[in-house]
Design a binder for this molecule. Structure first.
Ligand code: FDA
Length: 402
């Protein structure tokens, strides 16, 4: 005999636990199912083990989606302050690190324990580890065939996340269910991910691996109705294979394959102008001049990479050459050949098309009783606690509606 529930939530990650707790606390009989043997690995490893659990400034403008309006309803009904109220109730110490990003003082485990306690307060049943093999619609709801027995549920919530980091349990389950029920998808792509370059093109920059500095990075069109691009001022990190660091992770979500990115390595100054003005008074070598503004190893490496002699005297260089160098430092334009992929991506962009879902409840318009929440949906946050805020808000929206 199949066990009967009002709600089966598939995926006990951030969104799934939030949803199960909310529905359970409203008196629904809820079962939470996950195939992993260890609970909520993504929360555990997030924020370097301290979980950047929200961003106090989170608003719809911090999310990417084919429909940028979709997330507004859930985000406005469950805000960062609401999550903070929960964090304070459990006496979890936290701090703001950078631009509204809130982290646990001690450990991400505290957020997992808090969500477990909230599920317990809603008498949520657990099936874990358990793999859902098939999901069928019946006259009364859904029948889930799992490797530890069948489950009948009036409602099913898909909270199985995106494709990022398959080695800790990410699967395409949510997308397969969407397709099974005829729902449109926005093509998934790795996001918040380091970018890579053609090996030969990157060769001159390999010696710079490990160097980090604050830059402005831009991609796409920034102005007008067709604006699809973005600009971020954050730290950039040179790696052996390409570029990483918060600046690059942020821009990667907006980057379109084949398009360039433009990096301003000295966003506070006009390098060409400073070099040309300095010609009369500077008898110095070019390398030493640039090293006043950038770390010496970076200055030397960039000059070599862009074909300038480190020991050339500034005064001897024609203005046209200095403008070229200014361009290389203020608007270094380079085209990635790809990214480090789902192995390194913090999130997946794209997913279940929001056209298919109610923005109030997250239920599929065509399939009464079937809900999608969290990262499976085509709503992707910037780096900095926004993705968890979407998981909490969308989980709560469904949990309060079922
Ligand atoms: P999530 O991935 O959390 O949960 C999905 C669950 O479904 C998992 O438990 C999985 O085992 C289960 N599952 C998958 N397939 C299944 C199947 N077929 N059957 C049963 N269960 C299945 N965000 C942020 O805001 N702040 C941060 O600090 C970080 N840091 C960070 C670091 C790293 C390394 C990564 C990879 C990601 C982050 N993120 C983040 C992003 C954040 O972790 C992510 O957006 C949320 O965890 C998404 O929550 P979901 O509940 O949607 O999916």
């Amino acid at each position: 005999m199949a066990k009967q529930f009002d709600v089966a939530v598939i995926g006990a990650g951030a969104a799934g636990m939030m949803c199960a707790a909310a529905a359970g606390q409203r008196g629904r009989k809820v079962v939470l199912i996950d195939h992993a043997s260890k609970l909520a690995e993504k929360i555990r490893i997030s924020g370097g083990g301290r979980c950047n659990f929200t961003n106090i400034n989170a608003g719809p403008a911090n999310f990417l989606s084919e429909n940028p309006h979709f997330a507004k309803s859930a985000l406005s009904r469950y805000t960062p302050q609401d999550f903070l109220t929960l964090v304070r109730k459990y006496r979890i110490a936290y701090h703001e690190k950078h631009r509204g990003q809130l982290f646990c003082d001690d450990s991400a485990e505290q957020i997992i324990e808090m969500l477990k306690a909230e599920c317990a307060a809603g008498d949520v049943h657990w099936r874990m580890p358990a793999k859902v093999e098939t999901l069928d619609q019946t006259d009364t709801g859904f029948l889930l065939h799992t490797d530890s027995g069948d489950i009948e549920a009036a409602n099913v919530v898909i909270a199985t996340g995106g494709l990022s980091i398959p080695k800790i349990g990410a699967t395409d389950f949510g997308y397969r269910i969407a397709k099974q029920f005829g729902l449109q998808m926005v093509e998934p792509r790795p996001a918040l991910v380091p970018l890579t370059f053609d090996e030969a093109q990157w060769q001159p920059f390999v010696p710079l691996a490990g160097i980090s500095l604050e830059v402005d990075v831009t991609t796409g069109t920034l102005k007008g109705r067709k604006a699809t691009g973005a600009r971020f001022r954050e730290d950039l990190l040179f790696t052996h294979r390409g570029l990483s660091g918060p600046a690059i992770l942020q821009i990667s979500s907006f980057w379109q394959p084949g398009e360039p990115i433009t990096i301003d390595l000295l966003p506070e100054m006009d390098v060409a102008q400073a070099l040309i003005e300095g010609k009369g008074t500077q008898k110095k070598q070019l390398g030493n001049v640039i090293a006043q503004w950038l770390p010496a190893r970076l200055a030397e490496g960039l000059l070599t990479a862009h074909g300038f002699a480190h020991d050339a005297r500034l005064a001897d260089l024609p203005d046209a050459q200095l403008r070229k160098l200014g361009q290389a430092l203020n608007a270094w334009t380079i085209t990635p050949n790809g990214s480090e992929g789902y192995r390194k991506a913090e999130v997946t962009r794209g997913g279940v098309d929001t056209k298919e879902l109610s923005q109030q409840t997250m239920m599929a318009n065509k399939v009464p009783g079937l809900y999608f929440i969290g990262e499976t949906v085509d709503v992707t946050g910037w780096l900095g606690g926004y993705n968890f805020q979407w998981a909490w808000a969308s989980g709560m929206a469904a949990g309060l509606a079922i």
